[in-house]
Design a protein around this ligand. Structure first.
Ligand SMILES: [Zn+2]
Length: 107
């Protein structure tokens, strides 16, 4: 048996839907995916990187398409230290293009 985890994340990483809207979304998901083992609503205090765990598809630069795994971890750590993920812009080391961490190609 395999597990599938779906995470729905607002495009605006600072947006938190109202509690009633989140509950409505949970009810809707339970209705459309009745076989789901668990449907939960989670709001964190800070913006975070949602790691997909063992299903990591890799990451590539959206500008040049090269593999970005060599610099993604350090760039993520720096973005967290610098702004707690509120500012994600950086110059991609692979091609020198201005990119945003949340616009990288995660497969
Ligand atoms: Zn690049």
């Amino acid at each position: 048996m395999s597990d599938m985890l779906l995470s729905f994340i607002p495009r605006d990483r600072t947006y938190v839907p109202a509690p009633a809207a989140r509950e409505q979304a949970v009810e809707w998901l339970r209705a459309v995916v009745p076989t789901a083992h668990e449907v939960v609503d989670t709001v964190t205090e800070e913006i975070g990187f949602i790691d997909c765990g063992e299903n990591w598809p890799g990451v590539c630069c959206p500008a040049c398409g090269r593999n970005a795994e060599a610099w993604f971890g350090d760039a993520s750590g720096e973005a967290y230290d610098r702004s707690r993920f509120r500012e994600l812009s950086l110059t991609a080391p692979c091609c020198g293009t201005g990119v945003s961490l949340d616009a990288l190609d995660f497969g």
